[in-house]
Design a protein. Sequence first.
Length: 295
Amino acid sequence: MCGRLACLLEGEALSVRCEYRTRAGETERPEWEGSYHTPSYNIPPTTQVPVLYGRMGRRYLRSMRWGLVPSTHSKPLKQFTLSTHNCCSETLLERPIYSRVYKQGRRCVVPAAGFYEWSSTKGAEKVPHFVHPTREGQLMYIAGLYDVCRLEGDGSALYSVSLITTSASPSISWLHHRMPALLESEEEIREWLHGGQLQSQSLLSLLHPRTCISLYPVRKTVNSVHTNGPDCLTRQDPPKKRKSLTMDKFFAKKPKIDSNEEESKADSKVEKQDKEENSIRESKEDFVKEEIKSQ
């Protein structure tokens, strides 16, 4: 699963980070089509995410709705109720909503700083974790599919995207059994974006578990989609559990004390008290004697 993203770069900065080499060997930056993406620490589905896609050998960036709406949908958006923010790589070709755009070459990449994941273990406390590339400062490139539809009313074009997921690698499988399908190199990104209209499963071989990730627990404030700020990425380790007093320890036998040792301690205490009383009595007698002499 992938239900929350973080993308912290603004328009031009993101374009710089997505530089690529053309077939002629020249370095280019993808152009933005439409308005820039707004940086966010907490991006939920149905909101906007930055998307990198190819056309005629070149690459472009566009802000798209997270949750694919097929081109066959023309009614108001609120009438589209399918959950399409993720699609499984294993069944991608079995579902028409995804297989059609895959074969049409509408493949894309979502660049992000990372994503959030919660534990899927039953009965366990769901602590949010931020998953990011192992190399510091590197972007995460998530494989996706996009489509374009025209909604009833103004007839404007709606670009939307679905992120592809695969089975989790050992790096994250203890936290969740699914993870986004990541592309690690420029060669993989080029093949995914510019592979053309393929009818085979050749490109699906790129969609497999990756180990190039690290993760750490973050504050539970990220649970709310309304929370957005640097605090979302603040590390917060869960509190350590206090050691509880077990029944065995409670009823454990206390070490026995030797009776002779107890009697010896008691005698010492009485002897000490007698000495203190004698000392006080002698002090009083000396005081009285001194008073009589002075008279």
